[in-house]
Design a protein around this ligand. Structure first.
Ligand SMILES: NC(=O)c1ccc[n+]([C@@H]2O[C@H](COP(=O)([O-])OP(=O)(O)OC[C@H]3O[C@@H](n4cnc5c(N)ncnc54)[C@H](OP(=O)(O)O)[C@@H]3O)[C@@H](O)[C@H]2O)c1
Length: 276
């Protein structure tokens, strides 16, 4: 199952998210660096060719791990990164990640991501969140300028509404949207419909509901019948839900990665869909 992003990036529809590779509170280095590197290498060896990251994961740590594990990158590997959130410290609760969408900051972060990832051009650069204190057109304009200069290939947005997608598309082509979406949280259905009708990839973050969809009666029942883990069923549901969806489950463990990758081979029956 593949998807083409922006007309020229064709990748498998099950990607990998790197936020969980960092230290506790998405801060600092991982407790087990060797395992984090093994997770990344196993993902790519297993056919994953879309990796999602961000400057703010660690911060910088996730991008550095990607480079250490995978550079020089195999042909066809797409690394999508983001900018627009700052990190004053580790997350110790559901604390906010402050936004910063000032054009000069977005520009600086793109330059730093290029350097850390060891790339000449970022395939997909996503605005992590719209900063309400900065004119919207200035934020999107900064991404358009980076695209014009060839520093990024494509522009995506994250945590946005349909209206924001429409407004941004007046300034620069938008090829993807990354919103929270999973079996338990379907509040972005309208954004998914927009993505389907406008040819955008919808990259659902927290596809396992940040771990909440690794248990549960219906998931466990369906998983037991197929001899897979519940997480694989939750991801298979997303793959079934729409051809526009490109889930990016995150894990820090090779065992969980294997569980999750099993989703790519599952074709859910209508009885299973009804159960879920
Ligand atoms: N754009 C945004 O604003 C935004 C926000 C959040 C996330 N993201 C992106 O989306 C990616 C995925 O989101 P997420 O990491 O928050 O949530 P997720 O993928 O829904 O869930 C990850 C959590 O589930 C656990 N897990 C993963 N596979 C498992 C398995 N097979 N069995 C049991 N537990 C499992 C992981 O722990 P273990 O490490 O122990 O496996 C981790 O705690 C991130 O990595 C990041 O790239 C983007």
């Amino acid at each position: 199952m593949k998807i083409t992003i922006g007309g020229d990036l064709t990748v498998h529809r099950l990607g990998f998210g790197t936020m969980r590779l960092t230290g506790p509170g998405i801060w600092g280095p991982p407790a087990d660096r060797g395992e984090a590197l093994r997770v990344l290498r196993l993902a790519v060896e297993s056919g994953v060719d879309f990796i999602d990251t961000a400057d703010s994961y660690g911060p910088a740590v996730a991008e550095e791990l990607i480079r250490e594990a995978l550079h020089p990158y195999p042909d066809g590997l797409v690394i999508a990164t983001k900018a627009g959130l700052v990190r004053p410290g580790p997350i110790t609760g559901p604390g906010p990640w402050p936004r910063c969408g000032r054009p000069e900051y977005l520009r600086q972060q793109a330059e730093l991501s290029l350097r850390r990832l060891g790339l000449d051009r970022i395939d997909l650069f996503q605005l992590h969140r719209v900063d309400e204190t900065v004119p919207f057109d200035d934020q999107i304009g900064a991404l358009a300028q980076l695209r014009d200069e060839g520093k990024i290939r494509h522009v995506g947005l994250s945590g946005v509404s349909v209206r924001q997608l429409e407004e941004a598309a007046r300034i620069v082509p938008i090829v993807s949207v990354q919103n929270r979406f999973n079996l338990a949280d379907r509040t972005s259905e309208d954004v998914l419909r927009y993505a389907e009708s406008h040819g955008l990839a919808f990259i659902p973050f927290a596809p396992l509901n940040t771990g909440g969809l690794t248990t549960g009666t219906a998931l466990t029942e369906a998983a037991r019948a197929r001899g897979v883990r519940p997480a694989a069923i939750a991801l298979a549901w997303l793959l079934h839900r729409s051809p526009a969806l490109l889930p990016i489950p995150g894990t820090s463990r090779t065992g969980h990665l294997r569980d999750n990758l099993a989703a790519a081979d599952i074709r859910l029956t209508s009885a299973e869909i009804a159960l879920l």
